[in-house]
Design a protein around this ligand. Structure first.
Ligand code: AHM
Ligand code: MG
Length: 284
């Protein structure tokens, strides 16, 4: 029996989570490829406790933050997983001491994207306020532009949240979900939750609706990490015409203080996020 790429690696990452063999392998690939392009200076990975400083002779001016393999709990059962990244431009060849200045402003964010390994493999890339999708064609080994200028519907009819944690949500979140399950008029929303953020966000972009990861008792500041999960996906969703919020402020207005900082996140169709904010703004 050959299963060398499944299962846990036997190591624990900086977040205290058990890493899988594919987490480790994909992190190594990201680091090796990015640092050999001669365009990057600092790499921030979900899997590394501290920023990775690219060797002096290969240093360029871009800072890249990435989650090399998102949705690790779905690897062994063959459910969709992904990779997420954001790219910041510094004014020169940034040193670790300057890192805070680069990542503190979303004005320095020049691109973000994700790869989704689903029924097909797709890279969704957002640069200069447009969002485009490239599907991998195995026959020629290339990514082809298959979805141009992606726009998210202004309203959907799906909510996406881990409902197992409902007992520990704030009242505003409970009330919002209740309003979608038991609407005063019209049809109730459907529920979909893959548990791989990339897959849940890709569906939300295609079909509309809202994705929520609020604070819970297990994760008082939310589970998802600002720099390599929330900011890139918020940037993409916003450039596709949607909205992203912490429940209080625009997600892209959060100033990162620590590289593994977490935040509650609510993002998707603009009207769906607006509905949610009517619940959270008065109580958060
Ligand atoms: P990971 O980067 O270790 O895979 O964790 C992030 C994942 C997200 O993809 C997903 O939205 C979330 O964790 C699911 O968490 P939960 O199982 O608590 O619902
Ligand atoms: Mg992740």
């Amino acid at each position: 029996m050959i299963n060398f790429r499944y299962g846990i690696s036997g190591e624990t990452n900086v977040q205290g989570e058990k890493t899988t063999k594919l987490d480790k392998l994909s992190n190594e690939i990201f680091i090796n490829v990015l640092s050999s392009t001669c365009t990057t200076c600092i790499l921030i990975s979900e899997e590394n406790e501290t920023p990775i400083i690219v060797a002096k002779e290969k240093r360029g001016k871009y800072v890249v933050c990435f989650d090399p393999l998102d949705g690790s709990s779905n690897i062994d059962c063959l459910v969709s997983i992904g990779s997420i990244f954001s790219i910041y431009k510094s004014s020169g060849i940034t040193m670790e001491s300057e890192l805070k200045n680069v990542i503190r402003s979303s004005n320095n964010l020049i691109a973000a994207g994700y790869a989704l390994y689903g029924s097909a493999t797709m890279i969704v890339l957002s640069v200069e306020q447009s969002v485009n999708g490239f599907t991998y064609d195995p026959a020629i080994g290339e990514f082809m532009l298959t979805e141009q200028n992606i726009k998210i519907p202004t309203r959907g009819n799906i909510y996406s949240i881990n409902e197992g944690s409902e007992g520990t949500w704030e009242v505003a979140i409970k009330e919002y979900i209740k309003s979608k399950k038991y609407p005063a008029k019209g049809k109730s929303y459907g529920a979909r939750y893959v548990g791989s953020m990339v897959a849940d966000i890709h569906r939300t972009m295609k079909y509309g609706g809202i994705f929520l990861y609020p604070s819970t008792s297990a994760y008082p500041n939310g589970k998802l990490r600002l720099l390599y999960e929330c900011i890139p996906l918020a940037y993409i969703i916003k450039n596709a015409g949607g909205k992203a919020s912490t429940g209080k402020i625009d997600l892209l207005d959060v100033i990162p203080e620590k590289i593994h900082q977490r935040t509650p996140i609510f993002l998707g169709s603009s009207e769906d996020v607006d509905d949610l904010l009517t619940f959270t703004k008065s109580s958060f």
